[in-house]
Ligand binder design. Sequence first.
Ligand code: NAD
Length: 295
Amino acid sequence: PDQVARWIVEFVDHVEGGPETADLARARAAGEPGREFGGRLAVVTGAGSGIGRATAKAFAAEGARVVVADIDEAAAKRTVDEIGVRGGEAYVYGVDVADADAMERFAEYVRDTFGVPDVVVNNAGIGVAGSLLDMPEEDWRRIVGVNLDGVYRGCRLFGRQMADRGEGGHLVNLSSMAAYLPTAALPAYSATKAAVLQLSECLRLDLADHGIGVTAVCPGVVDTPITRNARYLGVPPEVERRMREEAAQAFGRRGYPPERVAAAILRAVRADRPVLPVTAESRVARRLAGIVPAA
Ligand code: NAD
């Protein structure tokens, strides 16, 4: 709980008015487009929807060139079009992060076409709900293949490029509140997300000497297609009800807006230190689950 409390404080620090340079604050006040990531290259996987799309748009809005990767190329194209309308620079790439060879080709293509990325957001993920007793091996393999192997590949392939270039970089991996909130109905999903969290912590130590930052982001319930189906949450109905209520009160929608998670990701990269976005509803969920006492 002490560790979680520390992360909560860090998160609030970052998201609710955390460090922002004076130049940036002035530019925003003057209504100028941000240039904070001007000249930098960001790669975002799963950027055809939800958090990935919001993150790609946020980096582009700050001047970064963005590679928008997704297994659904048409969806990725829509993200690129939305960025283009606002004068941003973005490129589509269709890739299945669960396919080892395709990921090798993707990493080579990015390096050869655009250069070594400064930021890689390993965001592509899927949810598979249901009791483990009824989960066929192929479902288990699929979710581990996307949520864990996909993150491993993104970190290894692009981390290697960053290390060889010798100019640092930042890897951001999408974990989840599910990494530390046990649920009966999301055993495989939660296991992959806990693994992503620990993988990121280890990598942070491993890559520090190369000047490469590594951040695991653990959102609560974000209002995206993955969570519109309530059964996907897999938490007890009472927890789900309270989480939805909190979100509705705070944001007027069924979950945390993906743009808020994108903002947390940018702040983590900017500050080059890890954040653990713990949302109001996830605090309630953990309280109800008895993991942390009501404070
Ligand atoms: P989403 O379903 O809206 O978007 C996921 C995107 O990933 C889709 O565009 C999909 O086509 C793409 N994708 C799926 N499998 C892929 C693959 N094998 N290769 C490449 N792309 C693939 O989901 P989201 O809510 O935006 O979630 C994004 C990430 O955030 C996921 O890792 C998810 O587990 C995590 N997350 C989401 C929530 C939430 O409440 N929505 C909470 C915590 C963590």
